[in-house]
Design a binder for this molecule. Sequence first.
Ligand code: NAD
Length: 438
Amino acid sequence: MRLTVIGTGYVGAVHAACMADLGHQVLGADVDPERIAALTAGRPPFFEPGLGGLLKRAVDSGRLRFTTSTAEAARFAATHFVCVGTPPLPGSGAADLRFVEAAVDELTAHLPEERDERVLVVGRSTVPVGTTQRLAGRLGTAADLAWNPEFLREGCAVQDATRPLRIVAGVGAAWAEARLREVYAPLTRLGTPFVATDPATAELVKLASNSFLATKVSFINAMAEICDATGADVLTLARAMGADPRIGPGCLVPGLGFGGSCLPKDIRAFAAGVEDLGLGESVAFLRQIDAINSRQRLRTVELAAHLVGGSFTGRRIGVLGAAFKPGSDDVRDSPALAVAEAVRRRGAHVRVHDPEAADNARAVRPALLFAPDVTKTCDQADLVLHLTDWPQYRDLDPAELAQVVRTPAIVDARHTLDAAAWRAAGWTLHAPGRPRHA
Ligand code: NAD
């Protein structure tokens, strides 16, 4: 099949490469010429494990091309996936649909008058419930609109896109469902469930799923707060709770909370949208989830302040991690970067290390200092903060690092360091929600 992907950011670039890998002829379009130049050369414009290989294979096969011209995209295919951003509006946090509307309008303006096949525009961006219905009018009779939300996670996006847990197709007509079934046939043949539904339900599946995952994260972080006050151990609690299949271990992971370009913005946009419907009480819990999440950052800053004697002034803090999660160079709403910046603002001398995200982090937090390796980051530090769970930090030699710092004290905000090994090497290790010596 011939397909286009409009918007080639994290979602669009991965979707385009994945669709070409499945055997489709794909044209990716974006308004950002630098992004298109990189992709055309088979180079991912951001760090995502496995994407380089997938992209290169797809470009070399001749099945994947890129363009900055929406007009070319409109002529290329009868099925168009829209993967542009839906950032938060300042103030309300509601989803800004400007880019989706522009992409749909540009596409509609350039659709050829005559086509053998009916044209299907398929939204993949995360949008408020009712968006498909509201936007359908903009397409007039030129095309039908469907919604097919994307569920990939940065850091394992290629795996999520090539082996999705489910495909949700919100369609208004049988032919549109048939078209999407054909697109995804190589995946459904391998057993991926295909859920065909109406557009509003499809839009809601995405928002409800992200809200549920965020709830699990904030739930266990609220339990961590209770553990701190009572001496209980949040890691054992999470393991024991997660063993119940009705609860499950996924996202029941205490730590610094969620961040990135999706969960925080999606739950705020969802809450704002539902409040507009006059159903605020139904999503009041999401405001709590958000508040618990933000509090984890603050709690980490307060713990750090306490550990350096109450004031950061003149203190050297080494920060391990800037990306919002390991396996990604994305620093949008990164909890790690927020903590690093808060500590700097309170007077500390902060050095940050991240194996992939340092450039992106420097661009948004120019006042922070970045070091090329962990040793330089922790040189003469009064305290080390482990804030992003990169696997390489688990492999650090605590005895070696103890020689570099001024005081061997570390906050393991991600609970993934071997506490016993670090303590045996002379470190004081603090892990929120865990007893002092657990
Ligand atoms: P992104 O910011 O990385 O990429 C968006 C791209 O769209 C950019 O390259 C931009 O230049 C391009 N664009 C904007 N307007 C355009 C237009 N009119 N025509 C062509 N291109 C245009 O965003 P993203 O992270 O890929 O997210 C896209 C959507 O998918 C959002 O709604 C997001 O919430 C959702 N989503 C994201 C993820 C994720 O992990 N990043 C996962 C699932 C869903």
